[in-house]
Design a protein. Structure first.
Length: 284
């Protein structure tokens, strides 16, 4: 082997191998992340966050029940649930606790993605969950400071702006299809009990039952929201688009709508109760 060839191979190996300082810094970051994930504060933050997440679902279920059996002007959505919470004694304090807990869940998912040992599909799922927690946490902050508006109105405005352009209608349909896919995945998790992968240790049959009912109910709700988005684009009517509130009101307008909405509300409440159990048995 010539000296020149040996020199080139040595140079390539040096190029492939990161500098010692980089490796040391990476190891330190991984070590710090592991310390955080095994800390008591981290466990408490996740517990509080999941309890907050469950509480929001219980409030949504309560508003949906009011809508099913009476005239309710409250928005049957996560935004409406936060506004309902704000109206309670010490509501402002509770909203900040909810917001902090939800932001803690964002951190939980971020640590999973960057320093966990997740497969690519799981990383995508964790990223999606992190976005949900982040949006809900930001909404809680907005309601706490008095700047939270109607999420349904915002969604319809956004849909109208997109539909003003040709490609925008296609995008709205794509959003609807994506939401329907999420709903189908939730139903799949309910049928296969795949959500139990989020749980550590043995859990009761009741917890599994609540999870199956809750995920199935959320899947149905997502499915209706997705159909509404798609139909809004096809009919070129942004008023038909909307989030959870629009979906629940659409169900109410169907034959036996009050009964159907009650069943769905109880399912959403089941997910809220499942989240409480999840908070005690979450796989960190």
């Amino acid at each position: 082997m010539s000296t020149a060839t040996s020199t080139r191979r040595t140079a390539k190996r040096r190029h492939r191998c990161p500098p010692d300082g980089f490796r040391t810094g990476h190891r330190q970051k991984v070590s710090t992340a592991q310390e955080v994930r095994h800390s008591r504060t981290y466990d408490v933050a996740i517990t509080v966050g999941l309890i907050a997440y469950g509480l929001v679902h219980l409030l949504v279920a309560w508003i949906a029940l009011q809508l099913a059996w009476g005239r309710s002007s409250k928005e049957a959505s996560q935004q409406g649930a936060l506004q309902e919470l704000a109206a309670q004694p010490l509501g402002g304090v509770l909203l900040w606790v909810v917001a902090i807990g939800l932001f803690a869940l964002v951190g939980w998912r971020a640590l999973e993605i960057f320093w966990g040992h997740l497969k690519p599909g799981k990383k995508v799922s964790s990223a999606g969950r992190a976005i949900v927690y982040l949006v809900l946490g930001v909404s809680a902050v907005k309601v706490a400071v008095g700047s939270g508006g109607s999420s349904t109105g915002q969604q319809r405005t956004a849909s109208a702006q997109l539909m003003a352009h040709g490609p925008g209608r296609v995008l709205v349909v794509a959003v609807g299809v994506a939401i329907i896919a999420i709903g189908c995945y939730h139903v799949y998790k309910a049928i296969t009990k795949k959500f139990t992968e989020d749980l550590a240790g043995g859990v009761s049959d009741l917890t599994v039952l609540l999870g199956r009912i809750g995920y199935a109910a959320k899947g149905v709700a997502f499915g209706v929201v997705g159909v509404l988005f798609g139909w809004a684009a096809i009919a070129y009517d942004p008023q038909k688009a909307g989030g959870l509130d629009t979906a629940l009101r659409t169900i109410k307008e169907q034959p036996f709508g009050s009964v159907l909405l009650t069943v769905l509300a109880l399912g959403i409440a089941a997910f809220g109760l499942y989240a409480f159990s999840w908070s005690r048995n979450a796989r960190r």
